[in-house]
Design a protein around this ligand. Sequence first.
Ligand code: SF4
Ligand code: SF4
Length: 178
Amino acid sequence: MTDFLDYLETESGQPISRCFQCKKCSGGCPVSAYSDIKAHQAVRLGQLGREEELISAPLVWYCIGCKTCQTRCPNGIDISAILDVIKGQVLANRGMPGKPLPAFHESFLASVKRHGRVYELGMVIGYKWRVKRWTEDKELGLKMFAKGKLSLLPHRVSGRRQVRELFQLHKVRGEING
Ligand code: SF4
Ligand code: SF4
């Protein structure tokens, strides 16, 4: 067993070494079509200790945590839990500054933490600031604004304090950054 596999199994609580590559997870994964590697391949990279390849895989950021993989897996492996460990590692080390997927993820979480739910315009500005791509998707943004999809001000929601406490709790546990 590699050190990386040992670390991943401990942190995610998933029996990664039991995976026998049946691919049932990837067969049901809703983001398979959009990612360069599939769910079962992510598990294999973990087994082989190929940390760098796993860290750079878009699947880490595309995974929506639906747990279909876990439901289908004969070993009950929750791949989203494994990918969450990688995500936390990348964000904690600021290992991918300016990369679109981690930057989007960070901007989304920062917006939810601040406003209790996502404030779309603020999130877009935060994302643009992180990736320094100010003019990309300009036309799309203007269209959304014209259709009222991007409000100028954040929506007021109740329970913002509880949401912040939730973030604080996860930060203490080292699960998220910021
Ligand atoms: S379903 Fe489970 S055992 Fe099969 S490839 Fe996926 S993680 Fe491995
Ligand atoms: S939890 Fe993630 S990896 Fe598992 S099926 Fe859903 S999107 Fe795919």
